[in-house]
Design a binder for this molecule. Structure first.
Ligand code: HEC
Length: 166
C-alpha cells in the first residue's frame, strides 16, 4: 500500500512537471507570434498627441524663449541638463530640435503617458532611463514656449537648430 502511494505521488509529480513545461512552451509560442508585429510598428516622427503640424517662426520670438525657459527652470531642469546631451534623470536637451520633430517634442511634453506607452522612440528612452517622465500638466501654449526655448538652446549651444523639422 505504502509503495503504491509513493508510485502515485511520483506519477503526480511527473504529471505536474510536464504540465508546467507545456505552459511555458505555449507561452513561448505566444510571445514568438507577437514579436514580428511589434517590430513592424514604425515610429511616427511626429509622435502621438494633439500636435500634428507645428508652425515654426523665424527668427525666434524672444518673449516665448523667455517664458519657455522660466517654465523649464522650474519644472524640467531637475531632470534635464540644457547645454549637453548627457543624461541627468532624462536625456540632456542639447540637439533635441535636431533629433526630434517639433510635433514629437510638444507631444512628449503634453502627452507623456501615452507617448511612453505607445511611441516606439519614447519607449526606447524609457528603457535607457528606467524612470517615467512625470506628467507636468503643461498647456499647449506653454509647450510651444518651451519648444521656442529648446530651439534657442540649440542655436546658442549646438550652433544649429530645427534640423529634424519636417
Ligand atoms: C522627474 C524627472 C523629469 C522631469 C521633471 C521632466 N522630465 Fe523630461 N524626461 C525624463 C525622462 C526620464 C525622459 C526619458 C523618457 C522616460 O524615461 O520617461 C524624459 C524625456 C524627455 C524628452 C525627450 C528627450 C529626447 O532625448 O528625446 C523631452 C523633450 C522632455 N523630457 C522634456 C521635458 C520637459 C519640457 C519637462 C518640463 C516641463 C520635463 N521633461 C520634465 C524625466 C523628466
Amino acid at each position: 500500500m505504502k509503495n503504491l502511494i509513493i508510485v502515485l505521488a511520483a506519477f503526480l509529480t511527473l504529471f505536474m512537471i510536464s504540465c508546467g513545461g507545456e505552459t511555458t512552451d505555449r507561452e513561448r509560442e505566444t510571445t514568438q507570434r507577437e514579436k514580428p508585429a511589434e517590430k513592424e510598428r514604425k515610429a511616427d516622427p511626429r509622435g502621438i498627441g494633439p500636435f500634428t503640424n507645428v508652425e515654426l517662426t523665424d527668427p525666434l520670438d524672444p518673449n516665448m524663449v523667455r517664458r519657455g525657459k522660466a517654465i523649464s527652470d522650474v519644472k524640467c531642469a531637475s531632470c534635464h541638463k540644457y547645454e549637453t546631451e548627457d543624461r541627468l534623470v532624462g536625456p540632456g536637451y542639447l540637439n533635441i530640435t535636431n533629433r526630434r520633430s517639433p510635433e514629437w517634442i510638444m507631444n512628449m511634453i503634453t502627452n507623456v503617458d501615452v507617448m511612453l506607452d505607445e511611441d516606439p522612440e519614447a519607449q526606447k528612452l524609457l528603457e535607457e532611463c528606467l524612470v517615467r517622465m512625470p506628467n507636468q500638466n503643461i498647456s499647449e501654449d506653454e509647450a510651444r514656449d518651451i519648444l521656442e526655448f529648446l530651439r534657442n538652446n540649440d542655436e546658442e549651444n549646438a550652433g544649429k537648430r530645427d534640423g529634424a523639422a519636417t
